[in-house]
Design a protein around this ligand. Structure first.
Ligand code: FAD
Ligand code: NAP
Length: 736
């Protein structure tokens, strides 16, 4: 067991859902290590037995928040243990701690997991040695996380009585702006970049034109067009210098940034080496390989299984703004338990085309399908280097780029720093350095994070950037599965899962160099295109025929999808059908409620006294009655049979008179007089869909309704809604 009094040592804990908290914790560990501190780092979810927080004197905790303000799935046990009422007030009296919470201010319970833990640690006698930090994904985690981390290390050193030394970050000085040939002197120029100057990377552009590859030509045309227009039209930040108005773009900066000395992150140490064997990788099934590798996903409630795609139906008119697909999956071969309100996560892969583009751009097509193996560079300066768990021991580059890494996630500053190191052209290198520098923070937010610029966009824009693929694989984050609410009921249709999703469409522009679809929804759309039923204004489940027919139809080439269950902690309807239910779900937010209604229908048939069936309301909204009214027929049936006692639908873009509600919240206010008594009778309110606007507006509408019907003042009405939330009578499952 780690000793209490070991000097220079501290405990570093992280609770992670998608890997962000883990990455930040590892960065803290590296910084502390560079100071000569000893770090005991643990994942809260995996290794609680390996540390004893009550025996510690100094701990740093980084935790994200998930769902409706909940701790990361895997860290739940740790949180529950500290929550125990039986713990004495001085349980952690010896502990000094610093806490960083991660969250998204679009959600009502911003950073709730971190905040709950922070106050619980205090209640148990622990003392903060450094103010808690709150990273907000809505504005970019780095905005709060970077300064928090910067102050943490000296505070740690002071607490542990360890001398703090300024660690030199890379510093660049540059001549005044307006000088087209800005001279960059990189005071931290590493051996790698010196090596690079003599290497073949500088000659890469010539290879591009010489091999006559059409793709490469297209890509270089795109680059030329962008160059000719002085950058992309929509990606400009207007800034004025003394004599003229200039615009910054992803590629170029203006004063004052272009003339500033920059503080850039230290270059991360190279540690991965890749060896290519002389055999080709056999064509492997992605899902099966993921199962064989057995590498768990932190959010998984069950292990990954292969589901059979039974049908894929387009639910929206071709002219609808968004294409919505209903996907029905057979899980009879490897069933798992779930309830309506839960979601399944789809293990997705990157598009073949995007991977091929990257391989071309890095001149790796010849090696892409050869069996490759990772090892750790001997004598690497990286502390405790390990091969990421999610890289299979034997694989191919194409497989890794397709299934293991997220190519779309806007690169973090440390990643851009690495890219700059391998960029030979001076102005390009300088711009990459700016984008990862302290001084260039707002350019980073605007041109990288908010624009959703990914690795391929940067490689296409900064054409002299030629990093070895190993350096990319050290920095690329893991490709995360995407969750989808289930619309089915295990009671109504055992062995079948249904989800409904929008195909995310992201046009080029703002620095994005090509049109793209969302990673997962694009994959599902492409994968099922050959069996996709076109839009025919019908609801999928009730008119798709018998499941066995569907399976039989697919037997020739059954399409399988790797999925796993993700249990929702609170978003479940009561099995007691007498409890009134109020559901609010515009767009695909209706998905879980279709599951609720199917479940209720099945349970209703078995109800001893069906007259006791509770009020069941649904507020649904879409853009046009005739284009995107999801589950229209099925909802009408539920209304006819009384499973839905009230269906309130609104159409935001059909022609409306001034009286007609446009959005779900308008309908809530309109029906306040009937709705509020239901809330008073103990109705459970469920809200699902968009977190950014809808969920907040619905919250306001409920407050307003309580005010109007019960004559409460705003504060009282707000408190009532807060109480409803606290006691889980008002539940949200929302996503940005
Ligand atoms: P990604 O590749 O992840 O792309 C989405 C990203 O692209 C977003 O970050 C967005 O900011 C960015 N983006 C989008 N448009 C643009 C643009 N024009 N310019 C720049 N960037 C852009 N979704 C459903 O449809 N149905 C569901 O039932 C459902 N259930 C969910 C349940 C839970 C518990 C959660 C957490 C989410 C749920 N989602 C659901 C959302 C879903 O998980 C995915 O996030 C969504 O489908 C997008 O995944 P993707 O891989 O296709 O897109
Ligand atoms: P959407 O874009 O939210 O649009 C549906 C309807 O809502 C449209 O009529 C839209 O009108 C309207 N709307 C716009 N702003 C609104 C506001 N402030 N208040 C109320 N209604 C508003 O629907 P969607 O495309 O299906 O997207 C739903 C979102 O929920 C997606 O982000 C999806 O990923 C997520 N989702 C999450 C879960 C979950 O967390 N469990 C489940 C399903 C879906 P206008 O466009 O005309 O303004």
């Amino acid at each position: 067991m780690p000793g209490l009094s070991k000097p220079d040592r501290f405990l570093l804990l992280y609770g992670t859902q998608t890997g962000q908290a883990e990455a930040i914790a590892k960065e803290i560990a590296e910084k502390a290590d560079a100071q000569g501190l000893k770090v005991d780092i643990h994942d809260l979810g995996k290794t609680e037995k390996k540390f004893n927080i009550e025996r510690e004197t100094c701990a740093v905790i980084v935790t994200s928040t998930t769902g409706d303000g909940d701790p990361p799935d895997m860290a739940l046990k740790f949180f529950r243990r500290l929550k125990k009422k039986t713990l004495p007030d001085d349980y952690l009296v010896n502990l000094k701690y610093a806490l960083l919470g991660l969250g998204d201010s679009n959600y009502t319970n911003f950073c709730n997991a971190g905040k709950t833990l922070d106050s619980r640690l205090e209640e148990l006698g622990a003392k903060r040695f450094y103010p808690s930090g709150w990273g907000d994904d809505a504005v970019g985690l780095e905005v709060a996380v970077e300064p928090w981390m910067e102050g943490l290390i000296p505070a740690l050193c002071q607490l542990l009585g360890h001398p703090y030394k300024e660690i030199e970050v890379g510093l660049c000085s540059v001549k005044a702006s307006g000088d087209n040939k800005s001279q960059t002197e990189n005071s931290s120029k590493s051996d790698i970049s010196k090596e690079m100057e003599n290497s073949e990377y500088l000659k890469d552009e010539h290879k591009t034109e010489a091999n006559g590859d059409t793709f490469q030509k297209n890509m270089s045309n795109i680059r030329k067009e962008e160059g000719a227009s002085g950058g992309l039209s929509n990606d400009k930040i207007k800034k004025s210098s003394v004599s003229e108005v200039e615009y910054a773009t992803l590629q170029t900066s203006v004063l004052p940034l272009s003339g500033e000395a920059l503080a850039i992150p230290a270059l991360s140490q190279a540690y991965l080496s890749l060896e290519y064997l002389n055999t080709e990788m056999e064509d492997n099934n992605i899902g099966e390989t993921i199962i064989q590798n057995g590498v768990p996903f932190p959010s998984a409630a069950s292990s990954v299984t292969m589901a059979t795609v039974l049908s894929s139906t387009v639910m929206t008119h071709p002219e609808a703004l968004k294409k919505t697909i209903s996907l029905r999956l057979g899980i009879e071969e490897s069933p798992f338990d779930y309830q309506p309100g839960d979601s399944i996560s789809v293990v997705c892969s990157n598009s073949e085309e995007e991977v091929t583009r990257i391989l071309h751009r890095l001149d790796l097509v010849d090696k892409a399908d050869r069996v490759c193996q990772f090892s750790i560079i001997p004598n690497t300066k990286k502390k405790n280097p390990t091969i990421p768990q999610y890289y299979p021991p034997v694989s191919s580059l194409r497989y890794i780029l397709t299934t293991c890494v997220d190519l779309r996630e806007p690169p973090k500053k440390a990643f851009i720093r690495t890219l700059a190191e391998y960029t030979s052209e001076e102005q390009e290198r300088r711009r990459l350095q700016e984008l990862c520098s302290k001084q260039g923070s707002s350019d980073y937010s605007h041109f990288i994070r908010e624009a959703g610029v990914g690795l391929l966009d940067l490689l296409m824009t900064f054409t002299s950037c030629n990093p070895p693929v190993e350096r990319l694989l050290e920095q690329l984050p893991r490709l995360q599965p995407r969750p989808y609410s289930v619309c089915s009921s295990p009671v109504a249709e055992p062995g079948v899962l249904e989800v409904a999703f929008n195909v995310v469409d992201i046009p080029s522009g703002d620095g994005r160099t090509f049109d793209r679809t969302g990673v997962c929804t694009g994959m599902l759309d492409r994968l099922t295109s050959s069996i996709q039923r076109p839009y025919t204004d019908h609801c999928p489940s009730s008119e798709d025929g018998d499941i066995s027919d569907q399976v039989a139809n697919l037997q020739l080439s059954p399409l399988k999808l790797p999925i796993f269950a993700r249990t929702n902690q609170h978003f479940h309807m009561s099995d007691d059908l007498t409890v009134p239910l109020i559901m609010v779900g515009p767009g695909t937010g209706v998905a879980p409620f279709i599951g609720f209604l199917r479940h209720r229908e099945a349970l209703h048939a078995k109800m001893a006294d069906p007259t006791m069936y509770g009020d069941t309301w649904l507020f649904f909204g879409c853009r046009h009655r005739d284009k995107d009214y999801l589950y229209r027929k099925e909802l009408a049936r539920f209304e006819e049979t009384g499973i839905l006692t009230r269906l309130c639908v609104c159409f935001s873009r059909d022609e409306l008179d001034s009286d007609t509600p446009r959005y779900v919240q308008d309908n809530i206010c309109r029906h306040a007089v009937e709705l509020v008594p239901l809330i008073d009778k103990g109705a459970k309110i469920f809200v699902c869909g968009d977190a950014k606007n809808m969920a907040k507006d619905v919250n306001e509408a409920v407050i307003k309704s309580l005010q109007e019907v019960k004559g409460l003042d705003t504060e009282e009405a707000k408190k009532q809604v807060m109480r409803l939330r606290l006691y889980k009578f008002y539940l949200e499952d929302v996503w940005t």
